[in-house]
Design a protein around this ligand. Structure first.
Ligand SMILES: [Zn+2]
Length: 431
């Protein structure tokens, strides 16, 4: 039974079940050579790959090896057992290794703090579990990478985001002016004979501790969407009313979900400025045009109990429930909205974009947090966008009975809705 935000976050921490994670952690602790560690990482990646159907060629051949090097370097520093197994492991000169080692040092310090009260054997197991989580999350992030990006860069960004996500003390340890960590980072640049330009070092630090918020800034800055086959998001953040943004900008490491909504309004392709007053971070128009109205850091009163940890997207249109019934306004009006293929595609693009830039892990329905929003977003949007993300990207919706406040769980009928008549949108995930 999930009763509050923190428990919700904890429940969702690992891509594996608790049993799987424990098994993998135990296996990791039994490793005695570099070859065994390679085999272990290979198996772990394969497990993640299954969840995503498959890894593309680019990810398998270029990104995962870079990720493996970074993970080994992290493991060497943060896990005593792995450190011993890799006693003779000479870091391969490369940015991935240097960053892996630097994160490893920070991770190790943060975890030591976190588990300082535990007997050493238990602490070791907990650290191994955390390593498994970091590896799994990083692999999943890396799997969504754009093939036009440098593999080392992808691996580094994925590792830093994953470490940041799964080690709560990490930022504090680094920001706390821990000289030793700073020194280590410096030494490792040196050991690996990299003479980084100042901008590389800055980029590294930026990546390591701000990857998520940097992504958020980039997104709200309206930089062209780099995803293959996706149209750019139109930036309306300077036009939408600022008083909808409540409180201080959010800590993006605590924002993990996208909540799907339908406007229940008309489905005409009205000009973008007509949507500025909508209370959502994004609006997807019938022609697939995606508008960003508020920065991801803005807390909006859009999704009831989900507001703190989520961003909201509204699909423009009045869409039917499973019985074909649509919302009827007090004056009797009931626009006859039909979800378009362009909206489905834009919704999927938005999710991929948020996974990549915000570390999105969950997809939710407004229905789950509000009794009065039973058909929000409705079966069509849920099946073609939400369920698609669960089946193809490994995102989670909280599970069968999950709801908060007065909300209702996702009906089973939504999860399988339209299975037989899913529009053929082509292989857009791995190109
Ligand atoms: Zn809603």
């Amino acid at each position: 039974m999930i009763t509050n935000q923190r428990e919700l976050e904890l429940a969702f921490e690992s891509p594996f079940s608790e049993a799987e994670e424990l098994e993998l952690a135990a296996e990791l602790l039994a490793i005695s050579s570099e070859e065994e560690l390679d085999l272990f990482l290979g198996k772990l990646f394969k497990g993640i790959g299954r969840g995503l159907k498959k890894f593309g060629r680019f990810v398998g051949k270029k990104v995962l090896p870079a990720l493996g090097r970074g993970l080994k370097a992290i493991g060497k520093v943060a896990l005593p057992i792995v450190g011993k197994a890799l006693g003779s492991f000479i870091p391969i000169p490369g940015v991935g290794t240097a960053i892996g080692g630097a994160i490893g040092t920070a991770v190790s310090k943060a975890l030591e703090l976190e588990f300082s009260g535990l007997p050493s054997e238990e602490a070791e197991l907990e650290m191994a579990r955390r390593f498994v989580r970091i590896a799994a999350t990083a692999a999943r992030q890396a799997a969504l990478a754009d093939p036009r990006t440098d593999p080392e860069t992808i691996a580094n960004a994925a590792l830093t985001a994953a470490a940041r996500m799964h080690v709560p003390n990490l930022s504090a340890v680094v920001r706390g002016g821990n000289l030793e960590v700073g020194d280590t980072i410096h030494r490792e640049w040196h050991v690996n004979s990299i003479q980084p330009r100042q901008s590389d070092q800055e980029a590294f630090l930026g990546d390591a501790w701000n990857s998520i918020s940097t992504g958020a800034r980039r997104l709200s800055g309206g930089v062209i969407n780099m995803l293959h086959d996706c149209t750019p998001i139109e930036d309306r953040t300077s036009f939408a009313p600022k008083d909808k943004r409540k409180g201080k900008p959010r800590d993006m490491s605590k924002v993990y979900a996208l909540v799907l909504h339908q406007t229940a309004g008309n489905q005409r392709n009205t000009p973008p400025d007509r949507y500025d007053g909508v209370t959502a971070h994004f609006v997807i128009k019938p022609n697939g045009q995606t508008l960003q109205l508020h920065p991801l850091t803005a807390r909006l009163n859009a999704s009831n109990g989900f507001n703190a940890g989520s961003v909201a997207v509204e699909f423009a249109g009045n869409f039917p429930d499973t019985r074909g019934k649509r919302y009827v306004y007090p004056n009797g009006a009931s626009p006859q909205g039909v979800l378009t293929a362009e909206q489905i595609k834009a919704g999927r693009c938005l999710i991929r974009y948020l996974v990549k830039n915000m570390g999105l892990t969950h997809i939710l329905a407004h229905r789950q947090s509000s009794a009065s929003r039973e058909n929000d977003p409705g079966p069509d949007i849920w099946y073609h966008v939400g369920q698609w993300a669960i089946n193809n990207l490994g995102l989670r919706d909280g599970g069968q009975n999950f709801k908060v406040g007065s909300g209702n769980p996702i009906p089973d009928s939504w999860r399988t809705w339209g299975k037989a008549k899913q529009p053929e949108l082509g292989e857009e995930l791995f190109v």
